[in-house]
Write a protein that binds this ligand. Structure first.
Ligand code: ADP
Ligand code: ZN
Length: 188
């Protein structure tokens, strides 16, 4: 089954996708994680993407679409996949729709208040990517990952200024996808 998780930043797409991926035995493909890996490794793609990401803006469609298309061609996607953070614009949805059939789009929702609380108290493991929340999913030791002893850090775009920008971008660019997929009859 080819699944898309839709919803505002910080809603918990990554957390849900991790669980779902284990349960269904299909890969979790998070464009944000892929981009951050490229930034960490200082690839050309990462260097291009970083300035957009730090400000909470979207990385240009052509860059992200190419990256996702390449990823979906890998063998592990044969029996399905969970896309997390993609598509984020109507244009991205159209581009991916030309090549791949999406079976189900799950829209996750919460109020801005909850979202801001989740984002501003989020910490991520630098090594394994596990997502913590300083109140709800607390690490046993401060700033150290329970799973792999990696260092926890706050994402640049989880700071207040970028959070506001990301919510604005979400409303304008990504929210229209709810109706887009509703019209296709695959929204849950
Ligand atoms: P969140 O869902 O918590 O906002 P992500 O980790 O999905 O965060 O994305 C982080 C950043 O990576 C985004 O703010 C954006 O700059 C970039 N990004 C991720 N996915 C896309 C995409 N599909 N299109 C454009 N930019 C993207
Ligand atoms: Zn870890």
């Amino acid at each position: 089954m080819n699944i898309v998780l839709l919803g505002p930043p910080g809603i918990g797409k990554g957390t849900v996708a991790t669980k779902l991926s284990k349960k269904l035995g299909i890969p979790h493909i998070a464009t944000g994680d892929m981009l951050r890996e490229n930034v960490a490794q200082k690839t050309k793609l990462g260097l291009d993407a970083k300035s957009y990401m730090d400000k909470g803006l979207l990385v240009p469609d052509r860059v992200v679409v190419k990256m996702v298309k390449e990823r979906l061609q890998k063998n592990d996607c044969k029996n399905g996949f969970i896309l997390d953070g993609f598509p984020r614009t109507i244009n991205q949805a159209e581009e991916i729709g030309k090549e791949i059939k999406i079976d189900k789009v799950v829209n996750i929702q919460a109020s801005d208040e909850i979202i801001i609380d989740r984002l501003s108290k989020r910490k991520v493991c630098r090594k394994c990517g596990f997502i913590y929340h300083l109140v709800y999913i607390k690490p046993k030791k401060d700033n150290i990952c329970d799973k792999c002893n990696g260092e926890l850090y706050q994402r640049e775009d989880d700071k207040p200024k970028a959070i506001k920008e990301r919510l604005k971008v979400y409303r304008k660019e990504t929210e229209p996808l709810i109706d887009y997929y509703k019209d296709k009859g695959i929204l849950a």
